[in-house]
Write a protein of this length. Structure first.
Length: 376
């Protein structure tokens, strides 16, 4: 905890550890905290429960400031989120960081207070919420809000933090004069010492780690698998966020007798050890602002088959995987069959390519300095 540092940063995030159900946004803010807690004095306000849970976390003190893992953290109950955020915003901060776009309690209401108080530096991470896939969910409501927000200059004082040029284009499409900083997401992961060489599956073993929600496009993958002629096995990990959507996926699995198993939720700390024995990570997402599970797969020496709607592109050039168009489902069929027909030796070449790319991406020393500058 760097309390002597003059750069005091207040982070507002709907969810944080030990929560897992919100997926990437939790890991994104934790990556920032773990990388910068020695450089900045970090204070975090978050909710006292996981996404869609009715009960607070067990064994965590709520509604008080705690010193935990090198930062100050406040797990707020539902009735205390507004008051504690407003009280803290009246104090002096080098920067206020908001880890969402549409959250009323952790972004919209606090942003109104920041605008009223004329706080100098407010940094907002939209976390992919301006992507076409994410905007399709409650589309009319979101489009109306964005139009009103643009008209009244609601985000005029904000510095937008995006993780890629692709996400910058999404923000610029709605806010043409926006002040935008491109900084890839930080990861608390460490590079593995060597790639895994001892995986010798005969049947192609595929894995998907994601929330079971429309934006992850699992139903598209299931349709692709129905056309695959080679042998495969697909395991799905992740919380069921949209029960109706997941029910449709289950029906498709059963109707077409697909070799697909749902394995349940997967704690963040077990992802690497779980997926390292698979041959291929698959994620036909409609949009990711980073894609933490993609980096985890590469670190585990597992090549990836993903859509081209993430920052992870030109993967084939690195022999680390493929990033494909979603409007060409046959190309997905072809790549799955291609991986299925590879020899063990050929699969090892792809595993090594995946691992080498992860080593490059996990060298974050220069990136950390840019984050410190953003918040100072």
């Amino acid at each position: 905890m760097n309390s002597s540092n003059s750069s005091r940063v207040l982070i507002l995030s709907d969810w944080y550890l030990p929560g897992i159900k919100a997926g990437g946004p939790i890991r994104s803010v934790d990556g920032i905290i773990q990388a910068l807690k020695g450089e900045l004095d970090i204070w975090l306000i978050t909710s006292d429960r996981d996404l869609n849970d009715t009960n607070p976390y067990a064994d965590i003190e709520t509604d008080k400031w705690l010193e935990q893992n090198g930062i100050h953290i406040y797990y707020a109950g539902p009735d205390n989120i507004g008051p504690i955020i407003e009280a803290e915003l009246h104090k002096t901060w080098s920067a206020v960081y908001m880890n969402s776009l549409f959250s009323f309690r952790f972004t919209l209401r606090p942003l109104m207070i920041c605008n009223r108080l004329k706080i100098n530096k407010v940094v907002l991470a939209p976390r992919g919420m301006l992507g076409s896939g994410a905007l399709q969910i409650k589309k009319n409501k979101k489009q109306l809000f964005l139009s009103v927000a643009r008209w009244f200059g609601f985000y005029k004082r904000v510095t937008w933090h995006v993780s890629s040029k692709f996400e910058k284009q999404q923000v610029s499409a709605y806010f043409k004069e926006a002040n935008i900083e491109i900084l890839p997401s930080l990861s608390k992961m460490k590079s593995s010492k060597a790639y895994y060489e001892n995986v010798t599956n005969d049947c192609l073993q595929m894995v998907l780690v994601a929330r079971m929600a429309k934006v992850k496009n699992v139903d598209f993958l299931l349709s692709v698998l129905n056309s695959v002629s080679t042998s495969y096995q697909l395991d799905l990990y992740g919380p069921i966020e949209d029960k109706d959507y997941w029910r449709q996926c289950q029906e498709k699995i059963q109707l077409n007798k697909l070799n697909v198993n749902y394995k349940g939720e997967l704690p963040n700390e077990t992802v690497l050890d779980t997926i390292k024995n698979y041959d291929l990570f698959v994620l036909p997402t409609t949009g990711e602002n980073f894609g933490h599970s993609i980096l985890e797969s590469l670190t585990a020496s597992v090549p990836v088959l993903i859509s081209n709607r993430t920052p992870w592109v030109e993967l084939e050039d690195r022999q680390a995987g493929f990033d494909l168009e979603l409007n060409e489902p046959q190309s997905w069929v072809n790549k799955i069959e291609y991986f299925s027909n590879l020899t063990h030796s050929e699969r090892q070449q792809w595993r090594q390519g995946a691992w080498k790319l992860s080593v490059e991406k996990l060298d974050q020393s220069k990136l950390v300095k840019k984050y410190v500058k953003l918040f100072s």
